[in-house]
Design a binder for this molecule. Structure first.
Ligand SMILES: [Zn+2]
Length: 342
């Protein structure tokens, strides 16, 4: 099997366009509730990249883990399934992704860089021990969580979840964090998350979804040497901005640009945060036709659509030097630290 060092050498020797936020796996809670998206295989993800001229894709599992009982989960209830095959979150899903990539499709091992998913609020020591074991067996490139949809608190990473960040520091794995500004979502609160980033200067973090366009959060991230910001699912966020949806920062708090134009807005962010912005699509979540639950137990539904071709075509409208910066150079520093040279 190819080693992590061999993949890193290859990536650094052949710098190219990177999509640093995407998913591989499946989410039966989406499949059974007519939500979209619900699946993606290693093969499909690799072919998407080849079709659209993306050289490297960072991929992590989907949100649902077999640790949770499925039907309660679709109602926003987080009950352990008592499934011996998955005694803590993401045990099965992380191993499956690594197996599929390195054992079934090793020819894609130099295109797809896998991150492991984690839950900062449940059985953290068990997750950290398992991830350490998986990282011995397979090349692993980072960690990812999306606390909004787990109803877990990021702040736990400074308490009982500390073993997860200690592992990230020890193995030099960057950590990708889902962000939120939506009232009723204390779990993904971008400002709570910034406190974690500030408290752990020994770990590199990426704050996903352009910090939901919150100027204060973006500026705070830019002031922290270990923080990056990705623009995953940018088009549907621009759509939300145009309707002043509460899932993104309110107009008075919002980074000011023309959200009617994807490319104009993307260029404005890239100019404002030249060292920190990372290009990403969130494929296949540039479609988000789904539901989730707020802190009152109320169902929040969204129906947003943008295709992958548009995400890539809008990026390609930017100057070549900007694309190289947010699509390659910054991404390499997020993944591999300051030793990385594009
Ligand atoms: Zn995502």
């Amino acid at each position: 099997m190819v080693t992590r060092a061999e993949i890193v050498r290859h990536v650094l020797a052949h710098p190219g366009l990177m999509d640093v936020h995407s998913h591989i796996g499946m989410d039966p809670s989406h499949l059974f509730t007519n939500a979209y998206p619900y699946c993606m295989s290693v093969e499909d993800q690799a072919l998407r990249g080849q079709l659209l001229g993306i050289d490297y894709t960072v991929s992590f599992p989907f949100l649902y883990t077999r640790y949770f009982a499925l039907l309660p989960f679709t109602r926003g209830q987080y009950e352990c399934a008592n499934d011996a095959g998955c005694p803590f979150p993401y045990k099965v899903e992380n191993e499956r992704l690594l197996q599929e990539l390195y054992e079934v499709f090793p020819r894609y091992a130099q295109r797809i860089l896998p991150f492991a998913f984690f839950d900062p609020g449940r059985l953290q020591a068990e997750q950290a021990a398992w991830l350490a074991e998986l990282a011995q067996r397979y090349p692993l490139f980072g960690l990812k969580t999306a606390t909004s949809y787990l109803h877990s608190y990021l702040g736990d990473l400074l308490g009982p979840g500390k073993p997860l960040l200690d592992l990230a520091a020890k193995l030099d794995l960057p950590v990708m964090l889902h962000t939120a500004v939506l009232p009723g979502d204390p779990w993904g609160d971008v400002f709570a998350l910034l406190q974690v980033v500030r408290a752990r200067p020994d770990v590199r973090f990426c704050l996903a979804h352009t910090c939901r366009f919150s100027l204060r959060a973006l500026d705070a991230a830019a002031a922290l040497p270990n923080a990056f910001v990705d623009v995953s699912a940018f088009n549907i966020h621009c759509q939300l901005a145009q309707t002043d949806h509460p899932a993104i920062a309110a107009p008075a708090e919002r980074f000011a640009t023309d959200y009617a134009s994807h490319a104009v807005a993307l260029a404005a962010f890239a100019d404002a945060y030249p060292e920190r912005l990372l290009w990403a699509s969130d494929t296949p979540y540039h479609y988000f036709m789904s539901q989730f639950f707020n802190d009152q137990g109320e169902r929040v539904t969204m129906h947003l659509a943008c295709d992958y071709e548009t995400e890539v075509a809008e990026l390609r409208k930017l100057p070549a030097a900007t694309i190289r910066r947010i699509g390659t150079e910054n991404s390499l520093r997020f993944l591999f630290g300051h030793g990385a040279r594009a």
